[in-house]
Design a protein around this ligand. Structure first.
Ligand SMILES: [Zn+2]
Length: 158
């Protein structure tokens, strides 16, 4: 199972360790996560009646409790998932700004994000834009997470 390269893809691609931003992959980096989602969807679809019956029954019996619970959950989890990202943004405003500008440029077709890593030519990962200088957000070196890591490692070692 560990031989499957897809399995190693998940931690690399779920959240960019450098920017805290979730990168979308043009070449299926989220395959496995999607598959899992699809499977869950299929399962829900198949058991739709049983689930809705169960939930409906429970809801009717516990209306007030359900309302209270969902409000509690929302209060408790407000900003939770964004907390670490927010922290990163607060600590790296320049990097954050550069990434936002870069992502916009890619989205608007101003910059082209290559499908293959220009350094090692691997194509099975999302290609990251590596900033040498955050004050020049559109000047990036495209590279896959592996090369990115090595690059950062070299910088840190020097
Ligand atoms: Zn590479």
């Amino acid at each position: 199972m560990l031989e499957n390269p897809n399995l190693r893809k998940i931690p690399l691609l779920s959240e960019c360790v450098y920017s805290g931003i979730y990168h979308s992959s043009p070449n299926g980096g989220f395959n496995i996560l999607m598959e899992k989602k699809e499977r869950m969807k299929a399962w829900r679809e198949k058991n739709k009646e049983a689930i809705s019956l169960q939930q409906g029954k429970w809801y009717l019996l516990n209306k007030e409790k359900a309302k209270k619970q969902s409000k509690l959950w929302a209060d408790k989890n407000r900003g939770r998932s964004t907390f670490s990202k927010q922290k990163w943004k607060d600590e790296h405003p320049k990097a954050r700004r550069a990434h936002v500008i870069l992502n916009k440029a890619v989205k608007n077709g101003i910059l082209f994000r290559p499908n293959n890593c220009p350094q090692c030519n691997r194509s099975n990962h999302t290609i990251h834009g590596h900033h040498e200088d955050y004050s020049k957000p559109l000047e990036v070196q495209w590279m896959c997470p592996q090369c990115h890591k090595e690059e950062e490692g070299e910088i840190n070692a020097n």
